[in-house]
Design a protein around this ligand. Structure first.
Ligand SMILES: Nc1ncnc2c1ncn2[C@@H]1O[C@H](COP(=O)(O)OP(=O)(O)O)[C@@H](O)[C@H]1O
Ligand SMILES: [Mg+2]
Length: 344
């Protein structure tokens, strides 16, 4: 990847780091957010820690916050919502931040909402012609209609709640007799469930980082794709345990795929990022078998500690962690400024 230029630090920014959140990924978010805070401090910025409780309240130093539409947030220059999953990564918090009229890091309302809905995301990918596995969306109010289409997927299939992450609620079904129980479990998390044909091959992830306006205007790319990394798993698939226990997975860089597949992954990562309207950052996940590359999903706020896959991919591609978090804040400020210039 063309190295991201290490621009001189602008004036020190005051950045509100949103941490925690209402989803089952609360603890993961706290770890990601603490790292983001450290990265910002290392670059000379000031950090305002705002913790979002499991109850949904926002607190600073233990005191509940109240906000005013149009009034910004605690006078900060940028908000960094380091929240994963529903009520954080799904456009809801992004909508609140838009209403407050404050610059914030990452995908906007629509891209966040689409990318956190596994069915909507796949429908968008179909519309733009990006390769993926076959799938069936099943809604709680019309289960029978969805069930009719599932046999065409063959076996095994993966059954997933549409709006969760961290592999929570996902079941791999090998035997048709297990399908009903898998659907029941998925519907206990969500009113929308996706059933997917099983992809073959290895799992490969690619980090995408937005570019600065002057870089794009100077003829540079619309976004950078990192070196792809391969997820090497001890078990059959990337379940919760593999994601969060020590030694649960190994990130192999460079990925053990052909040069053609590597370029295809990087190209598709940027294409997927742009087609879904993402901004700032994303981690795009793929299945690669030989030269065949299919998209699995896009995370608009992937795990964000320095040892998380996204940060490791970017670091290996020439963007150290503190510069990464700083650049994301700069991109957020540029977007906010650009949007203010439009007429409504
Ligand atoms: N269609 C599929 N084919 C093969 N493996 C899959 C498929 N869908 C999911 N998996 C496995 O399950 C993991 C989690 O699925 P994913 O859709 O990425 O959910 P999450 O948003 O929870 O990360 C994947 O990383 C992969 O190991
Ligand atoms: Mg995933």
């Amino acid at each position: 990847m063309a190295a991201v230029s290490a621009e001189p630090i602008e004036q020190p920014l005051r950045v509100a780091v949103l941490a925690g959140g209402r989803s089952s990924e609360h603890e993961v978010s706290l770890a990601s957010a603490a790292s983001v805070g450290d990265g910002l401090l290392a670059r000379g910025h000031r950090v305002v820690w705002v913790e979002v409780g499991r109850d949904g309240a926002w607190r600073r130093d233990g005191q509940e916050l109240s906000v005013t539409p149009g009034g910004g947030l605690l006078g900060v220059d940028v908000v960094f919502p380091v929240l994963h999953g529903p009520f954080g990564e799904d456009g809801t918090v992004q909508g609140l931040l838009e209403t407050l009229d404050v610059a914030y890091v990452g995908a906007g309302v629509a891209a966040s909402a689409v990318c956190l809905d596994k069915v909507l995301f796949k429908e968008l990918m179909s519309a733009v012609g990006i390769a993926q596995v076959d799938y069936v969306g099943v809604r709680a109010e019309s289960i029978a209609r969805g069930m009719e289409q599932i046999p065409r997927l063959g076996l095994p299939v993966f059954v997933k709640p549409a709006h969760l992450g961290s592999s929570v609620g996902i079941v791999k079904v090998d035997d048709p007799a297990e399908l009903e129980a898998a659907l029941r479990q998925a519907f206990s998390y969500d009113s929308l469930v996706i059933v997917e044909a099983m992809a073959r091959g290895v799992e490969v992830e690619c980090g995408v980082l937005g570019t600065r306006r002057h870089e794009r205007e100077g003829g540079g790319p619309l976004a950078f794709a990192s070196e792809p990394g391969e997820i090497v798993l001890p078990g059959e698939w990337y379940d919760y345990k593999a994601k969060y226990s020590a030694g649960g997975m190994e990130l192999k860089m460079p990925a053990g795929i052909s040069a053609t597949a590597r370029e295809r992954v990087r190209e598709l990562a940027v294409e997927t990022f742009l087609a879904s309207g993402c901004e700032g950052l994303a981690r795009v996940d793929f299945f690669v078998e030989g030269e065949s590359v299919v998209v699995n999903e896009l995370n608009t706020m992937p795990g964000f500690t320095p040892t998380s896959v996204y940060a490791k991919l970017l670091d290996a591609s020439g963007v150290p962690y503190p510069e990464l978090v700083e650049r994301l804040c700069t991109l957020a400020r540029e977007r906010h400024e650009a949007r203010r210039a439009y007429s409504y």
